[in-house]
Design a protein around this ligand. Structure first.
Ligand code: KG4
Ligand code: ZN
Length: 338
C-alpha cells in the first residue's frame, strides 16, 4: 500500500510518498520564502501561482526519488483545509484530477490532523489516548486525542497563534522570515535574567492562551529602548521565547492532569523549537509523563504527514467525492471519526 500526499495549504508546496511497510520513500518540500519575503508576509495570490508552477515538477521528482511509477500508487491524499483557499485549490484539484485519471481514491485530509499524527512516523511514538499541543503559524490548540478522528478541544489561543507571535516579533525586530527560527537563534545569545516578560492567562484555571499582549510588550520595549546593540536584541528575544514556552508548558501540564494521561504530543512548526522541547522534557519527566515530537522537517509543513494521515483514512474508506471543494476554515473537532 503506497499513498502519495500533496500539501499546498500555505506557502510550501510539498509532495511525499509513504509506503505502509517501507515507510517514507520520498518527502519533498519547496518553500516560497523568497516569493513572499519582500512583502513581509504570505501574499495569497502569489502563493497559489507558485504552487501551480511547482506542483507537477514535484510530483515527477517524488516518483523518481522513490523509483516508482504512477501505477505503483494506491491513493492520493491531499490537504483539504484549513488554509488559503486559492492555495488549497491547487493541491485539491491536482490530487482529484490525478486520482480520477488513475482510477484510485483521493483522500481529503485536515492539515492539523496531519501535524498531530506526524510524531507517529517516528520510532519513539506515543500511544492513545494522548494530549496534543498543536502550535503552528495559524493555530495554538490543546486537544484530548482518544484516537484518530476523536478529538476534544481543551483550550486554544484567544488571539494570536504562538507561531504568529514569533513571526510578528521577528518582523518588529527586523529579522527574516520565517520568524520563529530567527527569534530562537537570536535568543541563544540572550541573557535570560535581563528582562521578565508577562505570562498572559498563566494563572487562569483553563487551557487557553493569549499571545498578542507579548507582541505588544516587545513593541513597547523596542520603542522605549530603541536598541541598536546585538546583546539587547538577543536579551529581548530570549525573554519573549521564555514567556511563550512557559505558557505552553504550564497549560500542557494542566491538560495532561485534566485528562489523566501521561503522553503529550507537540506538533506544528513551533514544536521544532529546541527550548520548548527541552523545558517540556525536563518538566514532564518530573511528573512521570513523556513528550513526543517529530524531527524538525516533519514539524513544519510537509506532505509526509498528509500521506501518513491518508493511510488511516484510506483504510476507513473515507474517500473524496468528485467535487473539488477545499475548506479555508475547518475546525479539527469536525473531522470524521475512524
Ligand atoms: O506548521 P507550520 O509549518 O505552518 C502552519 O501550518 O502554520 O508552522 C509555521 C510556524 C511559523 O510561525 C514559524 O515561525 C514557526 O512555525 N516556527 C518556529 C520554529 N520553527 C518554525 N517557531 C519557534 N521556533 C522554531 N524553531
Ligand atoms: Zn501547518
Amino acid at each position: 500500500m503506497r499513498i502519495l500526499g500533496i500539501e499546498t495549504s500555505c506557502d510550501e508546496t510539498a509532495v511525499a510518498i509513504y509506503d505502509e511497510s517501507k515507510g517514507l520513500l520520498s518527502n519533498l518540500v519547496s518553500s516560497q520564502m523568497t516569493v513572499h519575503q519582500p512583502y513581509g508576509g504570505v501574499v495569497p495570490e502569489l502563493a497559489s501561482r507558485d504552487h501551480q508552477r511547482k506542483i507537477c515538477l514535484l510530483l515527477d521528482q517524488a516518483l523518481q526519488t522513490a523509483q516508482l511509477d504512477w501505477a505503483d500508487i494506491d491513493a492520493i491524499a491531499f490537504t483539504e483545509g484549513p488554509g488559503l483557499l486559492g492555495a488549497l485549490l491547487v493541491g485539491a484539484a491536482t490530487a482529484q484530477a490525478l486520482a480520477y485519471s488513475l482510477k484510485i481514491p483521493a483522500i481529503p485530509i485536515h492539515h492539523l490532523e496531519g501535524h498531530l499524527l506526524a510524531p507517529l512516523l517516528e520510532d519513539q511514538h506515543p500511544t492513545f489516548p494522548f494530549v496534543g499541543l498543536l502550535v503552528s503559524g495559524g493555530h495554538t490548540l490543546l486537544m484530548e486525542v482518544k484516537n484518530i478522528g476523536q478529538y476534544t478541544l481543551l483550550g486554544e489561543s484567544l488571539d494570536d497563534a504562538a507561531g504568529e507571535a514569533f513571526d510578528k516579533v521577528a518582523k518588529l525586530m527586523g529579522l527574516p522570515m520565517p520568524g520563529g527560527p530567527a527569534v530562537a537563534k537570536l535568543a541563544e545569545q540572550g541573557n535570560p535574567k535581563r528582562f521578565e516578560f508577562p505570562r498572559p492567562l498563566l494563572h487562569q484555571p483553563n487551557c487557553d492562551f493569549s499571545f498578542s499582549g507579548l507582541k505588544t510588550h516587545v513593541r513597547n520595549l523596542y520603542q522605549k529602548l530603541q536598541p541598536t546593540d546585538a546583546q539587547t536584541k538577543a536579551d529581548i528575544a530570549i525573554a519573549f521565547e521564555l514567556a511563550v514556552v512557559d505558557c505552553l508548558v504550564t497549560k500542557a501540564k494542566r491538560a495532561l492532569s485534566l485528562c489523566g494521561v501521561k503522553h503529550l504530543v507537540i506538533a506544528g512548526g513551533v514544536s521544532a523549537n529546541q527550548r520548548l522541547r527541552q523545558v517540556l522534557t525536563t518538566q514532564l519527566t518530573e511528573i512521570g509523563a513523556k513528550v513526543f515530537y517529530a524531527k524538525p522537517a516533519l514539524c513544519v509543513d510537509n506532505a509526509a504527514m498528509i500521506a501518513y494521515a491518508g493511510l488511516y483514512r484510506y483504510r476507513a474508506g473515507q474517500y473524496a467525492s468528485l467535487a473539488v471543494a477545499p475548506k479555508a476554515r475547518w475546525p479539527l473537532i469536525d473531522v470524521l471519526p475512524i
